[in-house]
Design a protein around this ligand. Structure first.
Ligand code: BGC
Length: 755
């Protein structure tokens, strides 16, 4: 149905229009009956519905309706599976249809700058390409059901400490390449109905009132068509926010900010057109939902099963020296409270009231020979001698010990950051005591962000479940016993120590500002450049089968930066069980002095039966090779030879091929007496001229060529000569080549003319 939204707006009073720009209460937008504008409700996500029936709050305090908690983003990102994320989004969208929710808030796509961010469990990755791809798929899934999403928290919201006032001080390059890039792809590819601006400031300006962020970048450059909603309570100055491009304020401001909008229009400080445009954007999303409303049936049990499958395809097998999968006949001691009551989601606004939770103990007991011992408590981090001894005994009397460890709720949550990267001491101690009596020990982890693993070399297997949703118990059991084959890979690096992390010296800042000093060297971009040993690298994960890579082909040897490059590679399952492999494609820039060793630019996931092989094709385009150039304020691909690598992780390259790329962009060059000869020689416009001039200068001033003595040759090599010339400013030609001031001025003048 075609709606004449502009006509509706014309019929609205100024007060009604201002009122439309803020919520009715915590979760609902306002209705205007006489104009047929219905009341619609939004609700938290991202990994399931948190529809609050009664009193609203944004911290997960009051109960919401019973729903299904899917695995959180820290887990699902490790699936590297766009189709899976889409499937999850579709199921969530369908649930929202059934429950009359117009928008489900999420996905959250902020980059994991530090392992300490309390909200890392809700975020996808340290890598913007992966985060962007996962978010796009999630959005496409939800929105395929006629439900809107809210891509959040835009932008540079990478910590919880003082999140409502702190300023993230980030270079333009790091913002573009790392922090904004994670939002850019989902906006361009999946067009979320709404984007949620973050609480924090960016380089001194609140995200909620930053016209550069909310209008220039988001709308003018990326083509965003929906409305921007404030994070709950993120509005600082309502009128400035509206002008900058923030349409909807949530939750309700009790009418005070609506009045400010009315006043501003009346006193001429806010154009009514800006208000009309905001209302139009909000109404379009409301009616898009209303006009696509459909009957939906929500089957909780089906969604629970899906949550389990998603988790099985997301969990990461970090270590296996042949101990896994376990044979069900052999007696295994399942140890640790999380074996019985898993930690499967994080605290705060994304907290879901799960209608059921699967327990590993119960699931395994159905078919395997197991005993259970609690081992530790999570109320406080204290060694409970009795629980410890019971667990050690159970381990001693079994053939295997499987310790379910992880972070309790109090260790990580929305609202505050972690202060260290360790598991509770009582859990580390338990693992150490178990290892002493049981050599066949496996650790299963439930955590939203990496933990240090001091026992990693002494256990025989490690399975990382992250916060795996309400079906995590069943998923863990299926993976441990080989009913499912692990196929996730890490979406973030697990460093040995917190101190290794590139943000360590600048996290979380002094509360007023946090300096992103590491620039673009976030996560593996840093660890790999520093060749720093890490516990497990980005992109790493094992399977119960093995894969071989061969026949890497590029469809071109050379190309312009505007061309596309098709990359193909064959993957073969060389083991004896079916499995899925994630094929990671990395690109290395020739500009190694200032670039990461390599960066993830595409990936594919493929299911292979034993002995089966398939050719995978992936595409690369200008952005796959580009760096953000702060002089151009744009993306730029320096000419040169780029290496395309296929890896099992960011550290294990299997195949490599090269492509020669010619840039179609000429970098601007500022010409004055301090411009270097090297820059002039590299610039296509000035290269020939400067070469001729240099020759002339040499001829006129250099005199007869003299045979250099051996000592002179030793002192000044050709390489040194070349390097000196390359970085020599024009003015130095006076000192070293005898040019007088007049000649120098003339040279600069001529160069300016031909530029
Ligand atoms: C969180 C958002 C959430 C909102 C509504 C805020 O505190 O940062 O992610 O969507 O509350 O609950």
């Amino acid at each position: 149905m075609e709606r004449n939204i502009k006509a509706i707006i014309q019929d609205m009073t100024l007060e009604e229009k201002a009122g439309m720009c803020s919520g009715k209460d915590f979760w609902r937008l306002k209705s205007i009956e006489r104009l047929g504008i219905p009341e619609v409700m939004v609700s938290d996500g991202p990994h399931g519905m948190r529809k609050q029936a009664e009193q609203g709050d944004h911290l997960g305090i009051n109960d919401s309706i019973e729903a299904v908690c899917f695995p959180t983003a820290c887990a699902t990102a490790c699936s590297f599976d766009r189709d899976l994320l889409k499937e999850m989004g579709t199921a969530i969208g369908n649930e929202c249809q059934a429950e009359n929710l117009s928008v489900i808030l999420g996905p959250a796509v902020n980059i994991k700058r530090s392992p300490l961010c309390g909200r890392n469990f809700e975020y996808f990755s340290e890598d913007p390409y992966l985060a962007g791809q996962m978010a796009s798929a999630h959005i496409q899934g939800v929105q395929s059901q006629g439900i809107g999403t809210s891509l959040k928290h835009f932008a540079a919201n990478n910590q919880e400490y003082r999140r409502m006032t702190c300023s993230s001080e980030v270079s333009e390059q790091a913002l573009r390449e790392i922090y904004l890039a994670a939002f850019e792809t989902p906006v361009k590819e999946a067009q979320p109905k709404t984007v949620m601006c973050s609480y924090n400031k960016i380089n001194g300006t609140f995200a909620s009132e930053d016209p550069w962020l909310l209008t220039k970048v988001l709308r003018d450059e990326w083509g965003f068509e929906g409305y921007v909603v404030s994070d709950w309570g993120a509005v600082n100055d309502r009128v400035e926010a509206l002008k900058a491009g923030l349409e909807l304020e949530m939750p309700a401001s009790n009418g005070t900010n609506d009045k400010k909008i009315v006043e501003a229009v009346k006193n001429g400080t806010l154009s009514e057109d800006v208000l009309d445009r905001a209302v139009e954007r909000i109404l379009r999303v409301i009616f898009d939902y209303v006009d696509h409303k459909k009957e939906a049936i929500w089957d909780k049990d089906e969604d629970h099963k899906l949550a389990q499958r998603i988790e099985e395809e997301s969990a990461i097998l970090l270590k296996n020296d042949g101990i896994l999968p376990i044979c069900p006949e052999k007696k295994a001691a399942l140890i640790g409270l999380f074996a019985e009551k898993p930690r499967f989601q994080g605290g705060g606004s994304s907290h879901i009231n799960s209608y059921k939770v699967s327990s590993a103990v119960k699931e395994a007991s159905a078919f395997a020979n197991v005993v259970y011992a609690q081992g530790y408590d999570i109320k406080e981090d204290k060694i409970d001698e009795q629980l410890l001894q019971e667990a050690v005994e159970a381990a001693r009397q079994s053939e295997y010990a499987i310790v379910f460890a992880g972070l309790p709720d109090s260790f990580e949550s929305e609202g505050y950051d972690r202060s260290h990267m360790r598991l509770p001491n009582c859990q580390n101690h338990l693992i150490e005591e178990i290892i002493k009596v049981q050599p066949n020990t496996v650790v299963v982890l439930h955590n939203g962000s990496p933990v240090e693993m001091p026992w990693a070399d002494q256990v025989r297997g490690i399975l990382e479940m992250y916060l795996g949703g309400q079906a995590v118990g069943a998923a863990a059991v299926n993976l441990l016993y080989g009913k499912a084959n692990p196929c996730g890979k890490l979406a973030e690096t697990i460093p040995y120590h917190l101190e290794d992390n590139p943000s360590y010296l600048n996290f979380p800042g002094d509360g007023k500002k946090v300096f992103y000093q590491e620039g673009i060297y976030v996560g593996y971009r840093y660890y790999d450049k520093k060749k720093m040993p890490v516990r497990y690298p980005f992109g790493y994960g094992l399977s119960y089968t093995t894969f071989e890579y061969k026949d890497l082909k590029l469809d071109k040897e050379s190309m312009k930066d505007t061309d596309k490059l098709i990359v193909s590679v064959t993957v073969k399952n060389t083991g004896d069980r079916a499995g899925k492999e994630i094929v990671e494609l990395y690109v290395s820039s020739p500009n190694q002095a200032v670039r990461p060793v390599r960066e993830l630019k595409n990936f594919a996931k493929v299911l292979l039966q034993p002995g089966e092989e398939k050719e995978i094709t992936m595409e690369l385009e200008k952005r796959s090779f580009a760096e953000y150039n702060e002089e151009l304020h744009d993306w730029y691909v320096p000419s040169g030879t780029y290496t395309v690598s296929i890896g099992r992780s960011s550290r294990e390259m299997e195949l490599e091929a090269c492509v020669q790329i010619e840039s179609t962009t000429v970098l601007p060059i500022t010409i004055n007496a301090n411009t270097t000869v090297g820059d002039l020689m590299r610039n296509p416009k000035t290269a020939e001229f400067i070469m001729t001039q240099m020759k002339k200068i040499q001829e006129v001033l250099g005199g007869e060529e003299k045979e250099e003595s051996d000592v002179a040759k030793e002192a000044v090599s050709d390489e040194m000569n070349q390097a000196m010339m390359d970085s020599m400013p024009l003015r130095a030609l006076r000192s070293f080549n005898g040019l007088d001031n007049e000649a120098l001025e003339e040279l600069v003048k001529q160069l300016k003319e031909i530029q």
